[in-house]
Design a protein around this ligand. Structure first.
Ligand code: DUC
Ligand code: ZN
Length: 550
């Protein structure tokens, strides 16, 4: 066997187990071809010694927004994919957005291809956001799957520019079921949000902190219940994105476990760690010693009542520790299928970014309001280190209720998103035949990972300066993690080397190029939850009744 690369002394983690330490991974032509305790090497075989470290599949971040027209100060492909790579991701799935005026999806897709082509450090694909699903548009979906390898759509139940009515959602679901597309749903009740927002503004409640009041949990739970009902009626598997609320999660859990429905649920690290009090801060970074988060000398120097706009996202950060805990519990009891970043940033100090309402209000001599703040947080580079830390940090002060196992980490951040979105057998696991997309972490004896480091300040402290996005803040500033991807391999080549980054300075560790990423034509996604195929009849319907209209 003529191997190009052998990674020796690895502790391989898959979605189901941590394999015995000391294994070698043999790589040929960008793919994993062998896993054994010893593998042959010739003069041309490159050897990487993992030194006993955990080796996990490259992260698959299946929900990222890059180069979107509604976020002009957000990351474009170059900086977004670079940041993804440096945080251990080798595949990202972003969005191609249909404007309401677009009468065909093909030019939309081509436009998004042109934004990404030659600009991505990692492999990538697109989900289509449908905002006007006319019969003609629905008629194009089969060709999208068969000719373009686009096998997922995203639907919004909120936001005036994107929102679909229930009938439109039903028509999309029926069509997606037929052609085998995965349906993602942003579930928040638009009218509830609209009514509360109007009244908040009438009462002069305009500051960023009111954003969280404008989008209460009941808006998420009602829309989640409705999305599940629409999916049940049409027997269409769905994935509800960025779930944040206990009741909404309980709807998903009940549907999955009692009714055996294919309802998939996604969450994001910000719904596991951050609370809505961040929207009220007047200084950034936030000082929060209780959670090991501390402020910095390079932060805001004066009080700024808009500082909390940095944390505006939808659904909003929730109010209580119990809300965070419900998300953690849902991660560990199997309700959550995928943890993505929902990287959807806007710069803070930029006239078109989070401070846009202030700038516009100054021009028009009006009052800036939270309703005009671009929604979304950066998180593409921090997702894996934060969650890997939750799985491996020896720090005894971390509550067992806020941990996950290493196989669970792999399952939710890599294996499941690959399966859900039609990349099974190629991405998301470590096995012969898979692309050699790998993360090699720092080994147990390395200073950053030890218990001593956990107890001292030697842990890696997340600062915005160390990240590679083009955004001027991270909501995780000051978080301390116990590890970071040391090497990231994309199809068998080392594209990120953190040791080089640390020794030679910012950017030096990026060994990859923006032409490395290839567009992934995806197959049909797998159903991972509930019964697949035609579900049980919705309540009160006779067996087969739906065949009269389906
Ligand atoms: N919410 C969204 O719906 N999209 C992007 C970012 C966000 O917070
Ligand atoms: Zn999103």
């Amino acid at each position: 066997m003529d191997l190009d690369l052998v990674i020796k002394n690895a502790t391989i983690v898959t979605a189901t187990e941590i394999l015995q330490p000391g294994l070698s991974i043999g790589i040929k032509s960008g793919q994993i071809v062998a896993i054994a305790f010893s593998l042959p090497a010739n003069a041309h075989t490159q050897i990487i010694d993992a030194e006993g470290a955990y080796v996990t599949p490259g992260g698959v971040d299946s929900h990222v927004h890059l180069h979107q027209d509604n976020a002009p100060t957000g990351d474009k492909w170059l900086s977004g994919s670079r940041s993804a790579l440096c945080g251990g991701n080798t595949t990202i799935l972003a969005f191609a957005t249909q404007q309401r005026t677009d009468e065909s999806l093909f030019p939309v897709l081509e436009e998004y291809h042109s934004r990404a082509r030659g600009q991505s450090y990692v492999d990538y694909g697109f989900h289509l956001i449908l905002t006007r699903p006319s019969p003609e548009i629905l008629g194009e979906l089969k060709r999208m799957v068969e000719e373009e390898g686009i096998t997922s759509v995203k639907l919004y139940m909120t936001y005036p520019a994107f929102r679909l009515g229930d009938k439109e959602m039903l028509e999309v679901m029926m069509r997606c079921r037929e052609v085998g597309m995965t349906v993602m749903v942003h579930a928040e009740n638009a009218d509830m949000i609209d009514m509360i927002t109007t009244r908040l503004l009438q009462n002069s409640h305009t500051l960023p902190k009111y954003h969280a009041l404008a989008r209460p949990q009941i808006a998420e739970s009602e829309a989640t219940h409705r999305a599940i009902s629409l999916s049940t009626l049409t027997s269409t598997p769905i994935l509800i994105v960025h779930m944040s609320s206990p009741v909404a999660l309980s709807h998903a859990r009940k549907a999955q476990s009692k009714q055996m429905l294919p309802i998939h649920a996604e969450t994001c690290p910000h719904y596991m760690y951050l609370l809505s009090d961040r929207l009220a801060v007047t200084r950034f970074p936030v000082v929060d010693e209780a959670n090991g988060v501390h402020g910095h000398e390079h932060g805001d120097t004066e009080d700024d009542e808009w500082a909390g706009a940095r944390h505006v996202c939808a659904p909003p950060l929730r109010h209580a520790e119990a809300d965070l805990q419900s998300v953690w519990d849902s991660v560990n009891n199997g309700t959550i299928t995928v943890i993505s970043s929902d990287h959807a940033p806007s710069q803070y100090h930029s006239p078109q970014g989070k401070r846009k309402p202030l700038v516009e209000a100054q021009k028009t001599n009006s009052t800036p309001t939270f309703a005009q703040i671009p929604n979304g947080l950066p998180g593409i580079e921090t997702r894996l280190p934060i969650l890997f830390s939750a799985a491996t940090d020896p720090d005894p002060s971390i509550s067992p209720a806020r941990r996950l196992t290493l196989p669970k980490f792999v399952e939710l951040t890599s294996t499941n998103p690959a399966k859900m979105y039609g990349l099974s057998g190629r991405k998301g696991s470590i096995a012969p035949g898979y692309d050699a997309d790998l993360v090699i972490w720092y080994p147990p004896h390395h200073p950053v990972t030890t218990a001593a480091a956990a107890a001292s300040s030697e842990k890696i402290e997340i600062t915005n300066e160390m990240l590679h996005h083009s955004i001027d803040y991270t909501p995780f500033e000051g978080f301390r993690v116990c590890n970071w991807p040391r090497y990231v391999l994309l199809r068998g080549e080392v594209k990120w080397d953190r040791d080089v980054e640390v020794s030679r300075g910012p950017g030096a560790g990026i060994l990859g190029k923006p032409t490395d990423g290839t567009f992934l034509r995806r197959g049909k996604g797998e159903v991972l939850v509930g019964r697949s195929g035609m579900g049980r009849e919705p309540e009160g319907m006779r067996l087969g009744e739906r065949s009269a209209w389906m």
